[in-house]
Design a binder for this molecule. Structure first.
Ligand SMILES: [Zn+2]
Ligand SMILES: [Zn+2]
Ligand SMILES: [Zn+2]
Length: 365
């Protein structure tokens, strides 16, 4: 993600509600894909000034700013249905019991991760700030099961996607649960953001692949998704890792079924896009994006991943990027990259990373 700065010059972050330095309020504007610093006024109005100070912009903030979601987004000015919540909040269909304190924190973390995932989709032009058809049918159910709340009527919530509805087990927002699941499943990487990026991959499979003329190209790269899904998952959970999975898949789970291979690879693509953009923004990489430069982009990613690993080892922390990408997996990432580039709907040219800001600017960036 690119860097953002308050009008006072202080660096501020994507999910911040206000600047710690000057106390100006901050909002994220999905239409401009930037953070603005300014002032909240009555009636959910937000006032921001242009860099020169000559122009004043008035925006409507998302009502969930004052709820558990602590959402800092504005409601798009193009929004036709007069919604009082933003593009991201509008997709939440079910929340857990908010009378429980732990669920308030979970919802905050879930919505934060969802907004980050959504911002990347906006950057890649996969969704429009207006929402509309670009998020057609997309809904999220945040559910808890008996393991985290004995009063819950659901025995076991499995995160997943079905016809646009994404279910996330809210316990995944608990550090402890996440860690236990990671151990139990023998995974090297498990994060809340990773869940969102994986599940939205299933949603985009329906949008970008499940249309006439696209299936064959997909099957050549990922295999035939018509293989029995239930059988495949059962086999995966019964028998565990496939032999030499690493030469063909990004994770062992990706080897369970072509649908899961797609979602795991898609999530990985979003990890790479966001992290490389962050590295460029902070001057850790000098990569400058060009059109159709997948090989350059991929090579730069390798260097950045190495730096991340070295930094973490210096602090005695686990490797942040426990992946190795084979030629086969690289081909799958290239397939996704080409598909994303050709699917961008908005007019300005798609770029995988924003240019590096040379110095903090006095206004919002
Ligand atoms: Zn400030
Ligand atoms: Zn919102
Ligand atoms: Zn999946």
């Amino acid at each position: 993600m690119k860097r953002f700065f308050c009008q006072c010059g202080q660096e501020v972050f994507f999910n911040n509600l206000y600047c710690n330095q000057c106390a100006r309020d901050l909002v994220y504007d999905p239409s401009a894909r930037t953070l603005w610093s300014g002032e909240l006024r009555k009636g959910y109005q937000f006032y921001a000034h242009s860099n020169s100070g000559k122009n004043q912009y008035v925006m409507k903030i998302c009502k969930n700013r004052f709820k558990e979601a602590a959402c800092n987004w504005v409601v798009s000015s193009f929004d036709e249905d007069g919604s009082s919540v933003c593009l991201s909040c509008r997709t939440t269909q079910t929340e857990p019991d908010l009378k429980l304190r732990k669920n308030k924190k979970r919802v905050r973390l879930l919505e934060m991760a969802k907004r980050r995932m959504m911002a990347a989709l906006l950057d890649l032009k996969l969704i429009s700030p207006m929402g509309g058809d670009s998020i057609k049918g997309l809904k999220f159910d945040f559910l808890e099961d008996k393991r985290s709340n004995p009063k819950s009527e659901i025995e076991h919530v499995l995160s997943g996607h079905y016809q646009g509805l994404i279910t996330i087990n809210v316990a995944e927002a608990d550090e402890g649960f996440l860690h236990v699941m990671k151990e139990q499943m023998g995974e090297k990487y498990r994060t809340l953001l990773g869940h969102f990026r994986h599940e939205i991959g299933h949603y985009f499979w329906c949008r970008l692949i499940d249309i006439p003329g696209r299936h064959d190209a997909f099957r050549q790269v990922f295999g035939d998704e018509r293989a029995d899904y239930g059988e495949a998952l059962k086999k995966y959970y019964d028998m565990g890792l496939q032999n030499r999975w690493m030469s063909r898949f990004i994770t062992p789970y990706a080897g369970s079924h072509p649908h899961e291979d797609w979602a795991e690879t898609w999530a990985h693509y979003l990890h790479m896009v966001d992290t490389l953009e962050t590295a460029v923004s902070y001057g850790l990489s000098v990569y400058e994006p060009k059109k159709n430069d997948f090989d350059d982009w991929f090579a730069e990613w390798g260097k950045v991943a190495q730096v991340m690993t070295a930094l973490n080892r210096s602090l005695g922390l686990m490797d942040p990027y426990p992946f190795s990408i084979s030629e086969v997996v690289k081909g799958k990432l290239r397939f996704i990259d080409e598909l994303v580039e050709s699917s961008g709907k908005l007019p300005d040219n798609f770029k995988k990373t924003a240019p590096t800001p040379t110095a903090p600017k006095p206004a919002s960036q």
